[in-house]
Write a protein that binds this ligand. Structure first.
Ligand SMILES: CC(C)(COP(=O)(O)OP(=O)(O)OC[C@H]1O[C@@H](n2cnc3c(N)ncnc32)[C@H](O)[C@@H]1OP(=O)(O)O)[C@@H](O)C(=O)NCCC(=O)NCCSC(=O)CCC(=O)c1ccccc1C(=O)O
Length: 265
């Protein structure tokens, strides 16, 4: 797919990094099938980019990095997002593309990193956040769950107790709390976020690309079993998405009311 055909994202090659940006600020950079397809294409393209060692992955506008799956699109009869992948958008392929990309992927988080957006922060190699950023999971509140990297790998970053708290309470965490729990690498004043990301990318760009690629593969190897778990788990989520219990979560979010899950159990 040529870069000029991207509708939901932008792709730019800078001096120190490729910048991949979700460009759907009107829905807080939530993703739909098209967004995920374009992101897969972009991360594969970045993997081949010879001039830089890093990717800066962000979301357009000031409000959100990414708030996960687009809940307006998810209001479908069959409970799925569309025609591709296990749940109608190939999120499992995108998570793999980010991990398989030989560049250091830096999440640039200026606002909300919620749901699947929080999973992106978990998977990216590094995360740099503005002091205005907020992190959290909403899955069990809106009829969803990530049964792979968003849970099992999250526990490796923040520890089992904290990971369970994140999923079982669905609270929001400020940037300094995310830093303290090990979810992110650095918090900076809002207006210094881009400069900080660029500084990190420039440092990385001075290093050996092959050594970096081997180090990334080696880090990944130790948690590679989670990819298998993820594929099986997301296949199970497909069945859950088709249930009335899950559909109630999506409907309630869109109707701006509290969900009533108990009536479906
Ligand atoms: C981000 C919020 C906390 C912001 O709250 P607030 O400031 O009160 O603003 P709102 O009024 O709620 O939102 C403003 C505006 O934006 C729209 N919006 C926000 N997020 C979304 C979204 N994800 N989809 C569609 N639209 C969104 C909102 O509707 C408002 O628009 P109006 O037109 O003005 O009404 C809060 O908004 C929030 O919590 N958002 C998150 C919503 C959510 O449910 N996200 C999806 C979670 S589930 C998921 O991401 C799974 C996706 C997936 O593909 C997957 C599947 C299976 C396994 C794994 C995965 C995976 O890992 O991704």
């Amino acid at each position: 797919m040529p870069v000029s055909n991207y509708k939901d994202i932008t792709y730019e090659v800078g001096a120190n990094a490729v910048r991949i940006t979700i460009n759907r600020p009107e829905v807080f950079n939530a993703f739909r099938t098209q967004t995920v397809e374009e992101l897969i294409d972009a991360f594969k393209r970045a993997d081949e980019e010879k001039s830089v060692n890093a990717v800066i992955f962000g979301g357009a506008g000031d409000k959100a990095f990414c708030t996960g799956g687009d809940q307006k699109v998810h209001m479908s009869e069959d409970g799925l997002y569309g025609p591709r992948g296990l749940v109608g958008l190939p999120i499992e392929e995108l998570q793999s593309a980010i991990r398989d990309c030989r560049k250091v992927v830096i999440a640039r988080v200026q606002g909300f990193a919620i749901g699947g957006g929080n999973v992106f922060c978990t998977i990216c190699d590094l995360t740099i956040a503005s002091e205005k950023a907020q992190f959290g999971q909403v899955g069990p509140k809106v009829g969803s769950v990530d049964p792979g990297f968003g849970t099992a790998y999250l526990a490796r970053l923040v520890g089992e107790k904290k990971a369970r708290e994140i999923w079982f309470l669905c609270r929001r965490y400020k940037a300094d709390e995310a830093l303290a729990m090990g979810l992110i690498n650095k918090v900076v004043p809002h207006d210094q976020l881009d400069a900080e990301c660029e500084t990190w990318a420039a440092e990385i760009n001075a290093l050996s690309p092959t050594a970096i690629a081997i180090a990334k593969r080696s880090f990944n190897a130790d948690s590679e079993n989670i990819r298998g778990l993820s594929y099986l788990g997301i296949a199970a989520v497909k069945g859950y998405y088709q249930s009335d219990e899950s559909k109630e979560g999506v409907k309630a979010f869109n109707e701006k009311r509290k969900p009533d899950f108990k009536k479906f159990v």
